[in-house]
Design a protein around this ligand. Sequence first.
Ligand code: ADP
Ligand code: MG
Length: 267
Amino acid sequence: MATLAQNELSANVAMELERPACSAVIQVQDVHKYYDLGETKVHALRGVDMTIEPGEFVAIMGSSGSGKSTFMNMLGCLDKPTSGKYILEGTNVSSLDKKQLAAIRNRKLGFVFQGFNLLSRTTALENVELPTLYAQMEKSMRQARSKEVLGLVGLGERMDHFPSQLSGGQQQRVAIARALVNKPAILLADEPTGNLDSRTSVEIMQIFQDLNDSGLTIVLVTHEPDIAQFAKRTVVFRDGKIRHDDPVSNRPRAAEVLKNMPTVDED
Ligand code: ADP
Ligand code: MG
């Protein structure tokens, strides 16, 4: 017959198994961010807590100035919190120096921005290859991987085009391919559809949903509720704090929505 102590022990072991110590990709604990403007200080994040598990698809919303970009810059290791903790795949990022942050950024994170940020005198393929130059990868492997991700976003036929020869939606696909080329653990996107028409925006969300279906964790900032609905979870910021954090019910599939949207001519 088991003793009380043994029962207690096995109950503890069972709890540990249910809840592995750090299964989360992202753990943010009581984060504050102050911008120091000399005379004044802006308190941009005021005690933010958030946990993001692998395979989540989170849309961050909130009005202008609510702290969304500040939060994303921290998640993306572009900036550090003034206080609080940010743990990325088990690493306490808040304590790293600039060089270590850059290394983590290149290895674990993919970025997509509103303005695409492609190099204009460089082909789609070369734009996508760029992040692989800092990764330890053989030249032939680099090209193969870059072509693979361009195929994944539906641009296999346009690899030799320059950004000016591509539509806005196609340029954003190149940017998504570039973000994926080093196989990041997380894709971070700040208003990725901000410069795109409605149909093209939904096409980009279709790519995000497909990537998320294949296991990629995605955090997206948008001020458009229609776009946020394609995610699995919405988080609303106000005045540097999280005001709502809810799962999306009846999430639409972008592929289905596209069937009922008019097509626009692409030049
Ligand atoms: P959002 O992306 O939701 O519009 P931000 O994170 O850009 O919000 O800004 C949050 C607050 O921090 C705002 O009051 C903004 O003016 C301020 N802020 C953002 N970036 C800086 C900065 N680099 N220097 C000073 N203040 C900033
Ligand atoms: Mg912003």
